[in-house]
Design a protein around this ligand. Structure first.
Ligand code: ADP
Length: 487
């Protein structure tokens, strides 16, 4: 099966600048591969510095008109985009499985999840409120209004090729901003398909511009150096996020950064074992472990440790590894050769440091980029596998004695994105939730992200929040108006 199985209207092999589909000035292209088979799916333009400047020009030019469109009309256009995404959900899901690898049930889920941000911000854009303050003196009045921040640059990763785009573009557009977006070079087709639907929805030329490029550093530098770009929203690695943070200092841009995580998943003795096992499987193995909120360390209390590991092993061995286009598959490939080599290296190193293999542990025969779902026990917080983001289908289990030890281990990391814990005690729920130094906490839940809630991290996991009303505020500036001379 190839791209022929996807509605051709959605398969675009061009970038999009100022309302035009265009190739790179140099004519260069980037090949895009199916990670499940190695097959080349197609190619997209390899754009560079000049095209990025042209995209910023287009977004700047479109800004005055777009920010003046009534929020209700912007909402209508976003709603129309949402309806088109839903109408084409099966094609978008297939396209995503082809270029990203995760199973169809997950890409179908992501298309709905991604669309939910477009729907939410179509509604939320109508609810951007100002404030009127009690004035300090009788002859003054004081109020504030909310205005779009301006041109937004967005840089997105390959692990959620659809939702990481809608989560940024929908609130930006709802707020009245225009966008230059650079999707990941691994998964550009999902981005371009969303662009095609936005165009069909009637979102005006120049409001969303897309640059496909393998020259991420050069494109990123143009975006951060340009003073017309007032905000940068980035989802990706902590390394690149820190680089972009530094590069944005000169023009003092507003930043949203969704960076790496090292999520603890804590199972206390009094947990509901079935719920904890199901939560661990979904949190760890979803997207083959390639999400920034994946359980990265599974902390299990002494009294329930052996029972948990036995049940977890049974559940993990039921995962069906295979090509994501096969409806029976529940675990797809990882994204590329570098990723699988890194995962294999981490598993070997953990064993050499003293961890024991419970299941998996090696590459899987389904294809070059498939790794068998793996559980390691006897892991300690000092091992590399507990300190680094694994980004693969590998579950390291750490044993602990009491709440204080679990919290100390959980917080012993520069990251602070998502944490999870399972307990039936309401006191423990409050105490542990408050003690975890994380932006998001799943309590008796292995999946926590949705459009109504503020998604984001603390410490080196990032800045800002996506989703909820806060996700809209992050694309707006507050302007204070002081009126005097009132007699
Ligand atoms: P991942 O490990 O998830 O691929 P990256 O941070 O490398 O995370 O990539 C996330 C996004 O950042 C991708 O779109 C990638 O092309 C882009 N990117 C990578 N390096 C840079 C850079 N130096 N400047 C700007 N964007 C970059």
């Amino acid at each position: 099966m190839s791209m022929n199985s996807v509605n051709s209207k959605l398969v675009k092999d061009a970038g999009h600048i100022a309302g035009e589909w265009c190739q790179a000035d140099s004519g260069a292209t980037i090949a895009v591969y199916n990670p499940a088979t190695g097959e080349q799916l197609g190619q997209v333009p390899d754009m560079g510095i000049n095209e990025t400047r042209a995209a910023i020009d287009a977004a700047s030019k479109a800004l005055a008109n777009w920010s003046a469109v009534a929020p209700k009309e912007r909402a209508r256009l976003l709603r129309c985009w949402f309806d088109l995404i839903i109408e084409h959900k099966e094609d978008l899901a297939r396209l995503m499985t082809l270029e990203q690898g995760k199973p169809l049930f997950e890409t179908r889920g992501e298309v709905l999840y991604g669309a939910s941000y477009v729907e939410w911000y179509a509604e939320e854009g109508k609810r951007a409120y100002g404030k009127v303050f009690a004035a300090p003196t009788a002859d003054k009045r004081a109020l504030s209004i909310q205005q779009p921040i301006g041109v937004v640059a967005a840089i997105t990763p390959w692990n959620f090729p659809n939702a990481m785009i809608t989560r940024k573009v929908a609130p930006a557009l709802a707020a009245g901003c225009t966008v230059v977006l650079k999707p990941s070079e691994e998964t550009p087709f999902s981005a371009l398909a969303l662009m095609a639907l936005a165009e069909q929805a009637g979102i005006p030329a120049g409001v969303i511009n897309m640059i496909t490029s393998s020259q991420a550093a050069a494109v990123g530098k143009v975006l951060t150096d340009d003073s017309r770009v007032r905000k940068l929203s980035f989802t990706g690695s902590t390394r690149v996020g820190k680089l972009l943070y530094g590069q944005s200092a000169d023009t003092v841009k507003k930043l949203s950064l969704e960076l790496g995580g090292n999520a603890p998943f804590i199972v206390f003795d009094d947990a509901d074992l079935d719920a904890a096992v199901a939560g661990a499987v979904i949190s760890k193995f979803r997207n083959a472990g390639q999400t920034c909120v994946c359980a990265n360390r599974i902390l299990v209390q002494d009294g329930i440790h052996d029972a948990f590991v036995a049940r977890f092993k049974q559940a993990v061995e039921q995962l069906v590894v295979g090509n994501g286009l096969d409806d029976s598959s529940t675990l797809g490939p990882v994204i590329n050769q570098a990723a699988i080599d890194k995962i294999a290296g981490m598993v070997d190193k953990a064993q050499s440091e003293g961890a024991s293999l419970v299941t998996g542990g090696q590459r899987h025969p389904a294809g070059e980029l498939f790794f068998a779902p793996t559980i390691l026990t006897g892991v300690t917080q000092q091992m590399e596998i507990a300190r680094q983001e694994i980004f693969g289908p590998v579950a390291p289990v750490i044993r602990f004695k009491d709440d204080a030890e679990a919290i100390a281990i959980a917080n012993d990391t520069p990251y602070g994105l998502a944490a999870y814990f399972f307990t039936e005690s309401h006191s423990r729920i409050w105490k542990v939730a408050e003690a975890l130094e994380y932006g998001m906490v799943g309590i008796n839940e292995g999946i926590l992200s949705n459009e109504i809630a503020p998604f984001g991290g603390v410490k080196e996991s990032g800045l800002g929040r996506e989703g909820s009303s806060q996700g809209l505020e992050d694309y707006m500036e507050t302007k204070y108006l002081c009126m005097g001379g009132i007699r």
